[in-house]
Design a protein around this ligand. Structure first.
Ligand code: SF4
Length: 343
């Protein structure tokens, strides 16, 4: 099966260009790079090391160079240009297809977005933890929902792909707020989203609030419940969910970086698996299957359908009079859908 996701070479610039340290953030802990970051000259070495994996000429996957971990458009003008010029050289040589940057909504207007486009950037990720102003204020974010909307508009207007990074479980956020945020994000028509359930990182202002008993992150069950409500909204709107939870959360947790919050790396699979069970139950209820049944799914959906320790299969076999449930991967079935046949 072809892998359509881009091959990303990450360049971590921890907290670089950030006007402040947001309550919940410590990019040194998240990226595992402390405060070290490569110079513009240094990024060539990182790319060269990744070259054997890129396989120029024969590769099918799109290769992207991504500046993560800071507020790229908040960088000093000369430094930003130096990074982009270096990256663009690799684009011009044909080793890299495009450049991706992550930034804050209050640091990108149409002029900035057009500049990024001119410099070879194709994707801009903006952090929009919430679309509810009271939540943004309680999280010390320093920009409003209106600013996030304007930034999204300007990024799209400059013909850049837009990825929105959201969070759930922020201070003073309710499930209704999180659902409102999801609907607002959908209305901005991003090309993809990432959802980060809040974890309390060591040394952050959120850790202080947590230690003073003024903040509690969502429990595991609450996180699952919220995601079960939020994910279907994005799926229905056909917005790509690129990630749920911090990359490498298990490692961050093992290194002592997380004080509280959900650190299960299989959180997404758990939620997707419950959603798949609900879907199968709905379909089976309509069809009343008996005896031998075959379910066809998009191959990537099989593990979610089966569930951990075949939990979903066992539950379906208990509810419906099925003697055998066969599962078949079929690329013709749309991702997230199931087809049921009687054998
Ligand atoms: S959340 Fe983004 S803007 Fe805030 S400190 Fe972290 S990297 Fe910087």
């Amino acid at each position: 099966m072809a892998n359509n996701s881009p091959f990303i070479i990450p360049i971590f610039l921890p907290q670089l260009g950030c006007k402040q340290k947001c309550f919940y953030c410590d990019q040194g802990i998240i990226t595992g790079h402390g405060i070290d970051f490569p110079t513009p000259e240094g990024i060539s070495k990182i790319i060269e090391e990744a070259l054997p994996f890129i396989n120029k000429g024969t590769r099918k996957r799109v290769c992207e160079l991504a500046f993560y971990g800071g507020n790229f458009t908040g960088l000093d003008k000369e430094l930003k240009e130096a990074y982009l010029l270096k990256a663009k050289k690799w684009v011009d040589k044909g080793y890299i297809d495009s450049i991706r940057v992550s930034t804050r909504p209050d640091y990108i207007d149409y002029k900035e977005a057009s500049y990024l486009k001119k410099m070879g950037v194709a994707v801009v990720e903006i952090g929009v933890p919430s679309m509810v102003d009271k939540v943004l204020i309680a999280s010390g974010r320093g920009h409003s929902a209106k600013t996030a909307k304007e930034a999204a508009f300007n990024i799209k207007k400059a013909y850049l792909s837009l990825v929105i990074q959201t969070m759930i479980g922020l201070p003073s956020e309710s499930l209704s707020d999180a659902l409102f945020t999801a609907r607002e994000v959908i209305s901005l028509k991003p090309d993809g989203i990432r959802i980060y359930p809040v974890v309390v990182l060591k040394g952050t202002r959120l850790a202080k609030l947590y230690n003073e008993g003024k903040f509690l992150p969502l429990s595991y069950n609450q996180t699952v419940r919220w995601l079960l409500r939020i994910l279907p909204l994005y799926k229905k709107a056909k917005i790509k969910i690129l990630r749920i939870g911090l990359e490498g959360i298990e490692k961050i947790s093992k290194s002592g970086g997380v004080i509280a919050g959900v650190t299960d790396p299989s959180l997404r699979q758990k939620v997707e698996s419950i959603l798949m069970f609900k879907k199968a139950k709905r379909e089976f209820s309509k069809l009343n299957p008996k005896g031998k049944v075959e379910v066809k799914l998009f191959p990537k959906d099989i593990s979610n359908f089966v569930g951990q320790k075949k939990k979903n299969i066992k539950r379906l076999e208990k509810i419906f009079p099925i003697s055998e449930l066969k599962i078949k991967g079929d690329e013709r079935v749309k991702q997230g859908e199931i087809e049921v046949d009687f054998l």
